[in-house]
Design a protein. Structure first.
Lengths: 256, 314
């Protein structure tokens, strides 16, 4: 059983958008997108004690190596980083092309994603990657069970829980409720340094450079502005009078 | 300008969010719609009443389960005739939109709260601290709108119905729905409540949901819950508010011990007035609350309930 996990290196803390490039500033400290830690954990669980392989794949700046190393420290076997200045500013269409190219080289039985990226709030990439790989996809997985050449997924939707079965190879996006990701042990952290780590350019994935970055993107950021703020938002420290303060507020808004 | 709107339906009804997006599309120009499923032809009339000019109907047994990939196959045949394709966000719609983007190499902008007549999308980013104007470099322009962005409008029109031939890709046939969820119809719906008192992990224990229930009763409202407490078994799924729960927009939303994770926020951020009580002064929920109270729910809520009761009886 070979399992690939797509992970993203995201800026830590409150992000900022660079007014010049209108892109998220990725120069500062970053970390493994915490939703992706659930996907890494699930891959390790699915592999279990068997002789399978868990390979973590990321597309991003050189610093994304830190997040891949964290996944290796958690227990993944191998890492692949697609890092290429030509890919900067890629949107969904361009990113999915490069990731699908990198995944096609791996030929994994299962490709896992976390439920969203903490920086861009995007929750769509897996379906685009599955389409390019021409593989079935299931998202919002709350439970994943392997059975021979099939995978069963319990997923949560707006209406409750669905039980879905599909054939391998498949793409599955897991929810953050599926497990509690482990913390890397000291031994894991030391061991991660010796694990295979491959860095690829865009052309190594079989994708033309003109299909990535801003050139290959079909969307664009036009302008940045201030959001409509909640008018007169207030914050109070809870002392003995907090309940009265809330009641007064509700009365003022004619809500009681 | 012409737009195609993907209409999601469940238990024989078109989702309110889809009809809201249809109303927006109709306000911009010609709006057509697409219905995909089994036995969905009857819903076309409802789409017409809500502003659709033509409704494309793909009605086939192979489309019965709400799975994304067969829907991509249907939409891929129609999308290139339009300037834009609109979706109301949901677990299903997001997967359909992204699959379609890859199939057509078409740009997809998501989490939009509005769009102009010349196709500039409005998207709040970075915990809603920035409003980003986004555009498309090719057609069709794919747009996924945040839940509750638009209200449905009844125009009383009549739609022309056109059948769409169903021809699925191999990989779209690989997936089977073994058991499908159905909305539980028990008790008053939180989607219709004017007041919602919702509880999160900060309540500390399942039995403390009585705090939320008593305040809700005093205010004449319903009780909601976060995914974290529903997953932990503290409260039933039917009360879950958020990305994979219900989307609500009451006049008053009171959040008790809720941190305000994105998963929850998307389901309640369009409430008119939001009051949050949380002991963590850095909880994200304070960033989108009208009144934020840093304090202990166990002390404040019983007093507040009593004060509300006194006021009502006086």
């Amino acid at each position: 059983m070979k399992i690939a996990v797509c992970i993203k290196h995201v800026p830590e803390g409150h992000g900022r958008i660079d007014p010049g490039s209108k892109r998220l500033d990725r120069s500062g400290e970053g970390a493994l997108n915490h939703f992706d830690a659930n996907a890494v954990e699930e891959a390790l669980r699915l592999k279990g004690d068997g002789d399978g392989e868990v390979v973590v794949v990321s597309m991003g700046p050189e610093q994304a190596a830190d997040s891949l190393r964290k996944a290796l420290a958690m227990g993944a076997d191998r890492a692949v980083l697609v890092s290429d200045p030509a890919a900067e500013g890629s949107d969904l269409v361009a990113t999915s092309k490069v990731l699908a190219g990198a995944l096609a080289r791996e030929g994994a039985d299962v490709v896992l994603f976390g439920q969203q990226a903490a920086d861009a709030d995007g929750a769509v990439l897996w379906a685009a990657v599955a389409e390019r790989l021409r593989r079935p996809v299931v998202s919002q997985a709350a439970e994943v069970t392997l059975a021979g050449d099939k995978v069963r997924v319990k997923r949560q939707t707006e209406f409750g829980y669905d039980l879905i079965e599909t054939s391998l190879p498949a793409v599955v996006a897991v929810s953050d409720a599926i497990n509690e990701p482990r913390y890397p042990s000291l031994k894991g952290i030391m061991g991660a340094k010796k694990k295979p780590f491959e860095t690829l350019s865009v052309s190594d994935t079989g994708v033309s450079v003109s299909d990535t970055g801003e050139a290959g993107s079909k969307t664009a950021v036009l302008a940045l502005g201030d959001p409509p703020a909640r008018a007169d938002a207030r914050k109070i420290e809870g002392d003995g009078n907090a309940a009265q303060a809330i009641l007064d507020f509700l009365a003022e808004k004619r809500l009681v | 300008m012409s737009t195609l709107v993907f209409l999601e339906h469940h238990d024989g009804e078109i989702q309110k969010g889809s009809l809201g997006v249809l109303a927006k599309a109709a306000s911009l120009g010609d709006a057509d719609a697409v219905l995909v499923g089994e036995g969905v032809r009857g819903l076309a009339a409802d789409a017409g009443r809500h502003g659709a000019r033509t409704v494309h109907v793909a009605d086939d047994a192979s489309l019965a389960a709400p799975l994304s990939q067969p829907r991509v196959d249907v939409l891929a045949k129609l999308a290139s005739e339009y300037d834009a394709v609109f979706f109301a966000n949901s677990v299903l719609a997001a997967d359909v939109a992204a699959g379609l983007a890859a199939r057509l190499d078409a740009g997809l902008n998501w989490d939009l709260v509005d769009i102009t007549a010349d196709f500039v999308g409005k998207r709040p980013a970075l915990q809603d601290s920035v409003l980003v104007d986004v555009g498309w470099k090719s057609t069709p322009r794919l747009a996924l709108f945040r839940s509750g962005s638009f209200d449905p409008q009844e125009s009383g029109g009549e739609a022309e119905v056109r059948d769409v031939a169903v021809d699925l890709e191999d990989f779209s046939r690989e997936t089977t729905m073994l058991e499908q969820a159905h909305a539980e119809a028990t008790g008053p719906s939180i989607e219709d409540a004017d007041v919602i008192v919702a509880g999160g992990r900060g309540l500390g224990a399942p039995e403390n949901f009585t705090l939320a229930e008593e305040l809700a009763r005093a205010l004449g409202g319903a009780v909601g819950a976060t995914r974290a407490v529903v997953d932990a078994g503290w409260y039933p799924y039917s009360a879950q508010i958020g990305q994979t729960g219900k989307t609500v927009s009451p006049k008053l939303y009171v959040a008790l011990g809720i941190s305000g994770a994105i998963q929850h926020k998307v389901g309640m951020q369009s409430s008119s007035v939001i009051v949050a009580i949380n002991k963590d002064p850095n909880a994200p929920i304070f960033e989108f609350s009208d009144l934020g109270v840093v304090g202990d729910v166990h002390e404040i809520v019983p007093k507040l309930t009593e004060l509300v009761q006194q006021r009502k009886s006086s």
